[in-house]
Design a protein. Structure first.
Length: 134
């Protein structure tokens, strides 16, 4: 094979590799774009823990009956922590909005309030309404 033929072959291989990588990246980006990471509920976490413990530890029914209440209690605590954290986050965002409003002109305030309405509507559609309390 001549030197020119080797260069052409190398160039073709490089183009095919780049096209495949670009296609894979595009497909991955499009697939992930529509899927926001949705956190598991404590019930889902508990169910996964039960399954994992049972299958990987070969637990007896007696052991599972002792572990199940521990998982239930831990998941109740997770829910309390989640609700408390959400309250802190919403309080912090509300405080930020109040501070921002003090800096804006009346025209900017109107735009800002429209942005806030759009954000709340997005959250209501994405999550259940009770998690979107200000």
């Amino acid at each position: 094979m001549s030197a020119a033929g080797k260069w052409k072959l190398g160039l073709y291989v490089l183009v095919i590799f780049l096209a495949g990588g670009g296609t894979g990246a595009l497909i991955t980006w499009r697939t992930c774009q529509g899927r926001a990471a949705t956190p598991l509920t404590p019930a889902q976490i508990g169910a996964r823990l039960r399954t994992r413990f049972h299958s990987r530890l070969d637990l007896t029914p007696d052991q599972m009956s002792k572990i199940n209440p521990l998982i239930d209690q831990a998941m109740r605590q997770v829910e309390v922590i989640r609700e408390e954290t959400a309250r802190h986050v919403f309080a912090n965002v509300s405080n930020l909005h109040e501070q921002v409003l003090l800096v804006l002109t009346p025209e900017q305030r109107a735009k800002f309030e429209q942005l806030e309405r759009e954000r709340r509507e997005y959250l209501r559609q994405k999550f259940r309404p009770e998690t979107n309390a200000p």
